[in-house]
Design a protein around this ligand. Structure first.
Ligand SMILES: Nc1nc2c(c(=O)[nH]1)N[C@H]1C(S)=C(S)[C@@H](COP(=O)(O)OP(=O)(O)OC[C@H]3O[C@@H](n4cnc5c(=O)[nH]c(N)nc54)[C@H](O)[C@@H]3O)O[C@H]1N2
Ligand SMILES: Nc1nc2c(c(=O)[nH]1)N[C@H]1C(S)=C(S)[C@@H](COP(=O)(O)OP(=O)(O)OC[C@H]3O[C@@H](n4cnc5c(=O)[nH]c(N)nc54)[C@H](O)[C@@H]3O)O[C@H]1N2
Ligand SMILES: [Mo]
Length: 736
């Protein structure tokens, strides 16, 4: 370090990768001049390239510094600067007008997770809107809805992750559709995987791409067609059953429904035995590979089948997760060190059931619209359907409203922490809906001028976690981090807490009260595991007592009599009673493989022969950091295509190609590589939608191509998508 600074502030990154890594901010004259990371005792909580480049995000010329009012068409991006008074007046007036004219169900609150701070999350605006009369809530988690569904149905739980240090207790690790070397999933995950590798623990990657994780950690890479994982897992179960390798004691003691599952495996119920030969036809994985992996997984104990959430982002994603859990049970790897419950949801990424839960602030107010909805049934994956709007259905809600069976006509939308237009499937359709006159008012809280912000009627400029105080939960290992305001908010940008307080005042919600950031943090610390606030404030971090790695469901397995699972039978339900009662043919009580729409066996593949996945990109956190120059230098946003598929289309590495289907077209450079299997292409998600005058997206946003139909359980099916690719060179030779 060759500069003098006034102060070095320790903070925890709250970017939307879920990393929660330690940053040390060097502040001089009120400006952050340098960022470094943890270099204290092991295990260090070291940050990635994005956290260390955050200075360019903080001082991004694209930052929104003043409240803005739209003057052009929605989406055109023409705004004028207005005062905070005018901005808050307008927003408050519109909320009251829409509520009084159309009823509160006409107000849609559309939050997601752009920032993972506990104080300045999405809770404040939820609280204001609830207190002002209520609002329609969205449902559907883009990340892991299929995982949550399977977790609830099978374990009756919301959390199933082990802390990452437990990986060192495994003897075999299956990275199933999971690439932590690229997508941060808790600080330190890679460090533990590297140690596992050094220790000689066998690691196998099952992924259509030869990922950085496969290249760095794995002994074996098994390429598989997207959305077919359930078939391979079933065939592995079949091998175990045929060769009597399964843990019958575990199944008898802790699970229900294995007999019915056995009949399904053997084909008794549907005439189709789920043999390795059957699975080879579907997955493209040779039968002998499936057989040997099944034998190895069953014979090596403990083994961790780490089922990633990406294979669950498919047309029947929940089935993959349910089958993966069933394999965890068949091998008796649940609830013990070195094993894994083979279930995934966000808590599996943060890996620890903290006392401070999500929704702390939101939970303080009662939302009448949601409460007045039809009663919920525990375990019913459609429990929200009647009172909420799936995030994929928003265009329908705008265009059809009550006539389309919704509980209101969507007239006002409030977007917080969400690059809605970019992150949701079928962007062209969303853009059309947002331009509709039926939508009378759209306001957005944003830090930068995103494609979504361009559609706003009013933009409220929001500051970043370096300009306010907050509390962050650790991921990977259990700890809390304190975020301290390092610099003054840029321009006139404000925090969520300040914006919501202003709005509450203008709406006359006297009972809303006023609390500083620190008041909120103290309130949360009081219910947390942190014993002493002052000490925490001083150090900036509190590591939870951690004598041994945390393992999900350990108590249920060690002492089942006193710790039943929260399911109707109290056991792990391979056959789900809840689903049997629900009686929905698309949500069968048994884990079942069904071919995905827009998958390998969809007849549409004759027209659009390539299966497109859209992975999470190393240099972005979803849509964030996309425009940061330092990061842009590290990796080009391009479509990954195999040598064979490129050659058949006369496509050369680096050239601009058209990626298209019936929903839209994207122009993007091609990266020809052997690191993706033939038949599959990858347009990484998070590049910003930038339509030209013909409607062709020059920004490279994969959601121009993805389908806005959720899986039966409500999962986003980004990785079930068929496309075709063509060169833009006139001399490209196309094979027939
Ligand atoms: N094709 C495809 N699409 C996908 C996915 C995929 O795999 N494939 N993945 C999906 C997944 S898993 C997710 S989680 C979503 C993510 O979708 P989003 O949640 O929309 O993603 P982010 O880009 O993290 O955050 C959204 C916005 O929040 C803003 N933001 C950050 N911090 C703050 C803040 O403190 N206040 C305010 N007001 N704004 C802030 C950022 O500037 C950013 O524009 O994308 C989904 N979309
Ligand atoms: N750097 C970075 N880190 C992130 C994020 C980010 O945007 N950037 N986003 C964060 C968020 S919000 C989330 S939800 C998580 C998401 O984390 P993940 O969902 O795990 O990330 P992905 O890159 O979408 O997918 C992981 C791997 O699954 C493979 N895959 C895709 N489809 C299939 C399939 O059908 N079968 C199999 N077997 N493999 C498949 C992909 O090739 C990829 O290598 O990451 C978090 N971490
Ligand atoms: Mo996500």
């Amino acid at each position: 370090m060759n500069h003098t600074v006034d102060e070095i502030i320790t903070t925890t990154c709250a970017s939307h990768c879920g990393g929660s890594c330690i940053l040390r901010l060097h502040v001089k004259d009120g400006v952050i001049v340098h960022i470094e990371t943890d270099d204290a005792d092991e295990p260090q909580l070291r940050a990635c390239l994005r956290g260390r480049a955050y200075r360019q995000r903080l001082y991004d010329p694209n930052r929104i510094l003043y409240p803005l009012k739209r003057v052009g068409e929605r989406g055109e991006g023409k705004f004028v600067r207005i005062s905070w008074d005018e901005a808050i007046d307008t927003v408050a007036r519109e909320i009251v007008r829409v509520r009084d004219t159309y009823g509160p169900a006409s107000i849609l609150y559309l939050p997601l997770a752009g920032d993972l701070g506990q104080v300045h999350g999405t809770g404040h605006m939820a609280r204001v809107l609830a207190m002002a009369g209520g609002y329609t809530m969205p449902w559907g988690q883009p990340s892991f809805h299929a995982g949550i569904y399977a977790l609830r149905i099978t374990y009756g739980a919301f959390s199933a992750g082990n802390t990452r240090d437990d990986l060192l207790n495994s003897r075999l690790i299956l990275l199933w559709g999971w690439n932590p070397a690229g997508t941060v999933a808790g600080v330190n995950t890679n460090w533990y995987l590297a140690q596992a590798r050094e220790k000689g623990i066998k690691i196998v990657a099952i992924d259509p791409r030869y990922t950085d994780s496969a290249a760095t950690f794995a002994h074996q890479w098994i390429p598989i067609r997207p959305a077919t994982d359930g078939a391979m897992l079933l065939a592995m179960a079949y091998v175990m059953l045929e060769e009597n390798l399964h843990d019958r004691k575990f199944l008898d003691r802790y699970t229900t429904g294995f007999d019915k599952f056995k009949d399904y495996l053997l084909g008794v119920s549907d005439g189709v035995p789920k043999t390795p030969g059957w699975a080879e036809q579907i997955t493209g994985v040779p039968a002998e590979t499936i057989v040997s992996l099944a034998r190895e997984y069953a014979a090596t104990k403990p083994s961790a089948l780490l089922s990633g959430v990406a294979p669950g982002r498919t047309a029947n994603g929940e089935q993959y997760h349910r089958i993966a859990i069933t394999l965890g049970a068949m091998t008796g790897n649940i609830g013990l060190h070195g094993g894994d419950a083979s279930a995934r949801a966000w808590e599996s990424i943060t890996s620890y059931p903290y006392k401070v839960s999500w929704g702390f602030i939101e939970g303080l107010a009662r939302n009448p619209v949601d409460r007045e909805g039809p009663p919920r049934r525990k375990g019913d994956p459609w429990e929200y359907k009647a009172s909420r709007v799936h995030r994929c259905e928003v265009p329908d809600f705008i265009e059809k409203g009550r006539a389309g069976g919704f509980r209101g006509d969507c007239k006002l939308i409030a977007v917080v922490n969400f690059s809605y237009l970019n992150a949701m499937p079928n962007v062209n359709r969303i853009a059309t809906a947002l331009k509709s006159e039926k939508l009378e008012f759209l306001f957005v809280l944003e830090q930068v001028m995103t494609p979504t912000a361009k559609f706003a009627d009013i933009i409220l400029p929001t500051n970043t976690y370096m300009e306010r105080d907050d509390l962050v939960r650790g991921a990977g290992l259990p700890f809390y981090g304190l975020q301290r305001k390092a610099v003054q908010p840029l321009g006139e940008s404000k925090s969520h807490n300040d914006i919501a307080t202003l709005l509450a005042k203008r709406l006359g919600l006297t009972e809303y009260g006023e609390r500083t950031d620190e008041d909120w943090i103290r309130e949360m610390v009081a219910v947390s595991e942190i014993p002493n606030y002052e000490e925490f404030k001083e150090k900036g971090i509190y590591r939870l007592e951690h004598k041994e790695p945390f393992v999900a469901f350990k108590q249920q397995i060690e002492d089942p009599e006193n710790n039943p699972f929260d399911t109707p039978s109290g056991k792990i339900e391979i056959y789900s009673q809840w689903l049997a009662e629900l009686n929905d043919p698309e949500l069968p009580p048994l884990p079942t493989y069904v071919d995905a729409w827009e998958g390998w066996n969809d007849p549409l593949r004759t027209k659009y022969p390539l299966q497109m996945i859209s992975t999470h990109f190393k240099r972005r956190a979803n849509n964030q950091f996309h425009e940061i120059p330092w990061l842009a230098e590290t990796e080009t946003h391009a479509v990954l295509i195999s040598g064979a598929d490129a050659e058949a289309r006369g496509i050369k590495d680096g050239e601009l190609v058209r990626v298209f289907n019936d929903r839209g077209e994207v122009l993007i450079p091609a990266r020809v590589t052997e690191r993706i299997m033939p038949g599959v292409v990858d347009v990484p998600h998070g590049a910003w939608y930038q339509p030209d005058e013909k409607g062709i997206d020059r920004g490279g946003c994969p959601n121009v191509l993805t389908k806005d139909k959720p899986s039966p359980g409500g999962a986003f099916a980004y990785n079930s998508c068929l496309v075709e690719i063509r060169s833009t060179r006139p001399d490209a030779v196309q094979a027939d």
